[in-house]
Design a protein around this ligand. Sequence first.
Ligand SMILES: Cc1cc2nc3c(=O)[nH]c(=O)nc-3n(C[C@H](O)[C@H](O)[C@H](O)COP(=O)(O)O)c2cc1C
Length: 173
Amino acid sequence: MQRPTPTDVEREVSNVDMIVSKGDAEGRITYINPIFVKISGYTQGELMEQPHSILRHPDMPKVIFKYLWDNIKEGRDVVAYVKNLCKDGSYYWVLATVKMAKNPDGSFRNYMSTRRRVNDHAKETIKALYAKLLKIEKEEGVEASQKAFDAFLAEQGITDSESFNAYMQNLNK
Ligand SMILES: Cc1cc2nc3c(=O)[nH]c(=O)nc-3n(C[C@H](O)[C@H](O)[C@H](O)COP(=O)(O)O)c2cc1C
């Protein structure tokens, strides 16, 4: 499938929307709820078994997804802001909570993401952060972007995944 060309059209996520998906160990989509399908602009058939990166927007810095995977693989929940790309090139912002679910015997079951609306204040703060990280990524590389991300976390007093999640959740209050 061809990658959509991003446009400046933003799609509204309402206060009551819960955009849910589940994925396998590699992040391929195994479940999506009707709101996920609707906002994405794809059909359910086009999304199932595709990697979640089908939604990846070029404005998203790589280090955010690295942070996501480094933590969820270890079973630590991640709360993070994501700008997602729709089939028609439009986009929507969400605050995603991504978790690993385990079977009763402790083995890996799946990953699950629940996404909700982002308020304007959080959006402006995160837009500025991501734009800065992406600029550094493009001009100086991923390592330099990682350093800038680490510096941002240190400035905010974020020392572990719990304080990271608390910071992200507080921004959206
Ligand atoms: C349950 C789950 C949900 C995800 N949801 C999204 C999402 O909504 N948007 C997105 O761009 N990446 C999402 N990802 C991350 C993707 O797997 C991927 O790391 C990301 O799109 C970056 O793509 P890349 O690693 O190919 O550059 C999700 C991963 C998991 C496990």
